[in-house]
Design a protein around this ligand. Structure first.
Ligand code: NAD
Length: 500
């Protein structure tokens, strides 16, 4: 199939990638830019039989091919070539993400840079990570703990960071020597197929990276139910994560679950309020609030609440909502009409319950925004811990404000949700901030910063945010199996048939 450019007037066409070949698929789906309504891409829709073929190919290449036995340095070189090719195509990848997701181009470029960094880090891991030796058990015994690739990895990713979520998994699995069958979200599959094409160009053997685009209920379920998938690495909603757990139960495959979040920013009384306000705006607006670690709850000490809110209202008013392709846009379009309705519904219900909508929360559909799904970011005060906007993942630019009077109350509020993905603490003193950070039950806590990630930092959740870790050494280890090979160097004394 031809590779078309990401530009104003082309419709990109993507097939399935199985055994290194791109095939059209019996059915297709179309994607329209959520900011303009213009059709931008067509994706193949895999059937269950297509998925089974892709899994069989990944299985064959893992079991019989030489990829899992490539040396670490050779896999490392391939990952570096992939990173270079992604850097060559960086602007194209960023534009595809902007068109398919509706995310501001500035942020899409950041996602691409972050994704390239993942490939480079994974290349370093492939080069340097080795097994270990256990030699302190017995003078005559030595154990080698060799790290073997875990096998065929199913990967299922969401629509909010299509490229970044893929790259938090794929290069780490490739560094380990695994093969992959990847199912991206149906509406934002473009960059996943682009990366698979680049893997081929980088010299990664056919059948190592297979892509099956299509419906979650067909493709995702087939991956979950397959006995030939060794590990299933899922990023998405808690509800679908639970469905996958049920569907995969009889196979006893290993699962990794990166699920929803409901992050809080805790502002202690000694915090630098200007710095906190900047961070809170970043956390709440990033990726138009369609972010699992978005700052969705502001827990603020009552002594500084009014002052901080005054700064935040001004900051909300300065946020530029609009065309994601415009370099100065801060908040782009919601992913689709149904999701815009959900976000607006949360605000309307909050208003009906008598909450104070301090700012925003309405649809924007004037002039150039008429054909897209835009919402003015909302700031809502006086939110009780039992309120749905305190408890539920909204996945849009909506910030709920709750006041507290002691650090213990702040910790209790932060932990009083089903999720445990990420939270932020703002405080000038480490002796104040760190006890709070340690008492919060989430996989990540930021102090005086937010949303800072790097390929070498593990990320993941607790509670209903899931389990398993991505990125860092822990992320690599998710795709490996330690095997213990124990050698006795001198004959052992007999245990049985010996007079005691
Ligand atoms: P989603 O759960 O609806 O879909 C995620 C993926 O699962 C998609 O590829 C979808 O097609 C597939 N899927 C749907 N039904 C399936 C089924 N029955 N079996 C198997 N696969 C199925 O999530 P979404 O709407 O694409 O993304 C938003 C969600 O993702 C939010 O809840 C967000 O918090 C979460 N998320 C989490 C992280 C994290 O790191 N923890 C990161 C990004 C997004």
């Amino acid at each position: 199939m031809s590779i078309s450019a990401a530009s104003e007037n082309t419709i990109r066409s993507y097939g399935l990638i199985i055994a290194g070949e791109e095939e059209p698929g019996a059915e297709t789906s179309t994607r329209s830019d959520p900011a303009t309504g213009r059709e931008v891409a067509r994706f193949a829709r895999a059937s269950r039989e297509d998925v089974e073929r892709a899994i069989a190919e990944a299985r064959r290449v893992f079991d019989e091919g030489d990829w899992p036995r490539w040396t670490g340095p050779r896999r490392s070189a391939a990952l570096l070539r992939l990173a270079d090719l992604m850097a060559r195509d960086a602007e194209r990848l960023a534009r595809i993400e902007t068109e398919e997701v509706g995310k501001p181009i500035r942020l899409a470029r950041g996602d691409v840079a972050g994704s390239i960094a993942m490939a480079r880090y994974a290349a370093a891991v492939a080069q340097t990570e080795t097994g270990e030796v256990v030699d302190n058990v017995d003078a005559d015994v030595v154990s080698m703990v060799v790290r073997e690739p875990a096998g065929v990895i199913g990967m299922i990713t969401p629509w909010n960071f299509p490229l970044l979520q893929l790259m938090q998994k794929l290069p780490y699995a490739l560094a380990a020597g695994c093969t992959a069958v990847v199912k991206p979200a149906e509406v934002t599959a473009g960059t996943t197929v682009e990366v698979a094409r680049l893997c081929k160009e980088a010299g990664i053997p056919a059948g190592v990276v297979n892509i099956v685009t299509g419906r979650g209920s067909v493709v995702g379920t087939a991956l979950a139910e397959s006995p030939d998938v060794d590990v299933l690495s899922f990023t998405g909603s808690t509800e679908v994560g639970a469905e996958i757990t049920r569907a995969s139960a009889s196979t006893t495959k290993r699962l990794s679950m990166e699920l929803g979040g409901k992050a809080a920013a805790i502002v202690l009384p000694d915090a630098d309020l200007e710095q906190a306000a900047t961070g809170i705006i970043t956390g709440a607006m990033y990726n138009s609030g369609e972010c699992c670690v978005a700052t969705t709850r502001l827990l603020v000490h009552e002594s500084v609440a009014d002052e901080l809110l005054a700064v935040l209202v001004e900051a909300f008013a300065r946020v530029r909502v609009g065309d994601p392709k415009d370099e100065s846009t801060d908040v782009g379009a919601m992913i689709h009409a149904g999701h815009l309705e959900t976000v607006l519904g949360y605000v309307e219900d909050a208003r009906a319950r008598g909450l104070d909508i301090v700012f925003g929360g309405e649809a924007l559909a004037e002039g150039p925004l008429a054909d897209g799904y835009f919402v003015r970011p909302a700031l809502i005060d006086g939110v009780d811990r039992r309120d749905p906007i305190f408890q539920e993942e909204i996945f849009g630019p909506v910030l709920a404000v709750t006041r507290f009077s002691t650090a213990e109350e702040a910790i209790s509020l932060a932990n009083d949700v089903d999720y445990g993905l990420a939270n932020t603490v703002w405080s000038a003193g480490m002796q104040t901030a760190l006890p709070v950070a340690r008492a919060i039950r989430s996989g990540t806590v930021w102090v005086n910063t937010t949303l800072e990630n790097a390929p070498q930092m593990p990320t993941g959740g607790l509670k209903r945010s899931g389990y398993g870790r991505e990125m860092g050494r822990a992320g690599y280890e998710e795709f490996t199996e330690p095997k213990t090979i124990t050698v006795r160097l001198a004959p052992a004394a007999p245990v049985f048939g010996v007079e005691q």
